[in-house]
Design a protein around this ligand. Sequence first.
Ligand SMILES: Nc1ncnc2c1ncn2[C@@H]1O[C@H](COP(=O)(O)OP(=O)(O)OP(=O)(O)O)[C@@H](O)[C@H]1O
Ligand SMILES: [Mg+2]
Length: 211
Amino acid sequence: MRSSKPTWVRKKALLKINGIETFYGNIRALKGISLDVPEGSIVTLLGANGAGKTTTLKTISGITPAATGTIEFMGQRIDRIAPEKIVRLGISHVPEGREVFKDLTVMENLKMGAYTRKDQHEITVSLQTVYAHYPILRERRNQLAGTLSGGEQQMLAIGRALMSRPKLLLLDEPPWDWRRNSSKRFFASSRISIGTRASPYCSLSKTPTKP
Ligand SMILES: Nc1ncnc2c1ncn2[C@@H]1O[C@H](COP(=O)(O)OP(=O)(O)OP(=O)(O)O)[C@@H](O)[C@H]1O
Ligand SMILES: [Mg+2]
């Protein structure tokens, strides 16, 4: 995957990616990606199957570290630090597919998402916020996650990511239409999101979000 910096970037960048290259063994999956993500924006990465969208997100979250290039988040270099520290800095990643803890209940899954936090009262507030956006999760809070429908598991995966109160949310192949107003309002609290889609109906776009 190759890229050049988008020309619409005007606001202060929350995330700055500069010339990253990521390898799987001898396979160079990312060939010098550069991207600025402004605060308060929703940015979509577009590309064909195998272009490197998932690898870009995994490189940001430290799962597949870049061999070269730099990544800055809120002015701090994050390209050489461990994934769990990256989560603590405020980046949450919802991987492609539904990766929930199937043998835990809905509520237990959501609480797992807050493992980096100690503020019990605020955790309860976040839980209520997630339930308000996805009422079905409140209704099913004592149900094992593995018995939820596919779409419900997607909601749970996103809800769990939000429980860490991210400043940047990385969504790989998000299941919903993020242009819906309710989604925009909801994700405004996370300031920005990056979603990826291989499908052609989304274009590279920036959508201002109002808090
Ligand atoms: N674990 C791995 N080992 C070896 N090669 C990999 C691995 N994961 C991904 N790749 C390769 O890296 C390239 C980029 O893959 P990636 O999953 O980032 O693409 P993508 O843009 O997300 O594709 P899709 O739209 O199909 O999800 C592909 O050529 C893929 O085969
Ligand atoms: Mg992918």
